[in-house]
Ligand binder design. Structure first.
Ligand code: SF4
Ligand code: SF4
Length: 260
């Protein structure tokens, strides 16, 4: 590894120059290891500055790597339905993300160096709402049906997105949700004025239309039992329900609540 090579050069060198030359790499490895791993293993530059690793900084920064330049070009040509279908290919929840994503893509948009970033999130919300209001349907291609059943624990955004991707790959998917409603935090934590429930229901319905079986009021206590029931794989997408502590005096007093 890079680390072993640096240590070997430092220990095997006979002069001061050789002994100290690996220091920049070894020091930065110690303090910024995750940056090295992101670049070398994931081929991702979290700061979106290594241009050799991406096509556009916006797409590279988006967690689902949406084809942002592609859908903006289609919107520019007035092809809103086509833009919607292009987005749906990678993101089953465009109207939801168009409302609640914290849009890291816009923070890296090159256009900000000229005046202001492109309104990437709002443009997507616009085409998703256009499709919703006009009944535009996206019919994805489903690969050859497979027989291995997959279980997903949790019907929040991660579980729902995984269900969509796996269903497109042809797997029969069952989602087990402890609550009486699907959507996780989208359903129970985000208020209606930010994310109307009919939008949430519509995008979940699109996922169910692929054949995904969402079982509400069905908590899972034992992952092993799912494997024994014949599921070939289990994806645990139970979310992060606990707030992080700030580590300051008084945070455990009565009347102090976490904000997650
Ligand atoms: S706003 Fe949309 S394109 Fe931007 S990071 Fe979020 S999901 Fe990706
Ligand atoms: S201008 Fe902004 S939105 Fe357009 S491709 Fe460049 S980074 Fe992406």
């Amino acid at each position: 590894t890079l680390e072993e090579l640096g240590e070997m050069v430092a220990s095997a060198s006979l002069c001061g120059l050789g002994q100290t030359s690996p220091n920049p790499v070894l020091t930065t490895l110690r303090h910024f290891r995750e940056e090295y791993e992101a670049h070398i293993i994931d081929k991702k530059c979290p700061a979106a500055v290594c241009q050799g690793l991406f096509r556009t900084p916006c797409q590279h920064t988006c967690p689902v790597e949406l084809d942002i330049p592609g859908y903006i070009s289609l919107i520019k040509e007035g092809k809103f339905a086509e833009a919607y279908c292009l987005i749906k290919q990678r993101n089953p929840l465009p109207a939801i993300c168009g409302r609640v994503c914290n849009h890291p893509c816009e923070f890296k948009c090159n256009r900000a160096q000229v005046d202001e970033p492109i309104a990437i999130k709002n443009l997507r919300r616009f085409v998703a709402d256009y499709a919703f209001n006009l009944g535009v349907k996206y019919t994805p291609k489903i690969k050859e049906r497979k027989k291995e059943r997959i279980a997903i624990i949790g019907a929040g955004p991660a579980g729902l997105s995984a269900a969509w991707d796996l269903a497109l790959e042809g797997y029969p998917v069952t989602v087990f949700e402890a609550l009486p409603v699907a959507g996780g935090m989208l359903a129970v934590a985000i208020p209606d004025y930010r994310l109307p429930k009919n939008i949430l229901r519509k995008e979940i319905q699109d996922i169910e239309n692929l054949g995904v079986d969402i079982r509400l009021n069905t908590p899972v206590d034992d992952v092993e039992s799912l494997l024994k029931d014949g599921y070939k794989a289990v994806f645990i997408a139970t979310g992060a329900h606990k707030g992080a502590k700030a580590g300051i005096p008084g945070e455990d007093l009565a009347g102090v609540y976490d904000s997650i």
